[in-house]
Design a protein around this ligand. Sequence first.
Ligand code: THU
Length: 160
Amino acid sequence: MQEKTVETKVKIYTFDELENGYQHLLNKAKEQVNKAYAPYSGFQVGAAVELENGEIFTGNNQENAAYPSGLCAERVAMFYANANYPNVAVKTLAIAAFTSGKFLPNPVTPCGSCRQVLLETESRFGKDIPVLLYGTEEVYLIENVKQLLPLCFEKSSLNK
Ligand code: THU
């Protein structure tokens, strides 16, 4: 028998400690919560995707009376970016969540389906995507999506 431990590295900052570019992208994600369509959960999420060409695409969660038909903020923003620039790699992703009238003190991390989608973009362009997760008390910086989805199923798993 062998045992393997899979670790995820998370760097924890206060907002003020972050470099300007990261603060700017997080602010874009924060702005987006105001435009979320979340009448069912009341949980408003904003996401901002910065591309290597400097363009920023934003999105928020879009809910539906048929609950599973809705889509998370990260996927809205990432699909939006990839749909417009299919040949440009993603530089950074930022996410923020707002509920009961305030941003949460600790970061919200992407759901499993979003992790799978984000991983596809990361491997599609062969370039790490650092992920910034906003909280009023602490901001997480995770160096790539793979860290969020260890033991993943990806393109290479298909052997194609
Ligand atoms: N949600 C996101 O948009 N992103 C996340 O990372 C977590 C969850 C949305 C989905 C749903 O509209 C609401 O938050 C509650 O789950």
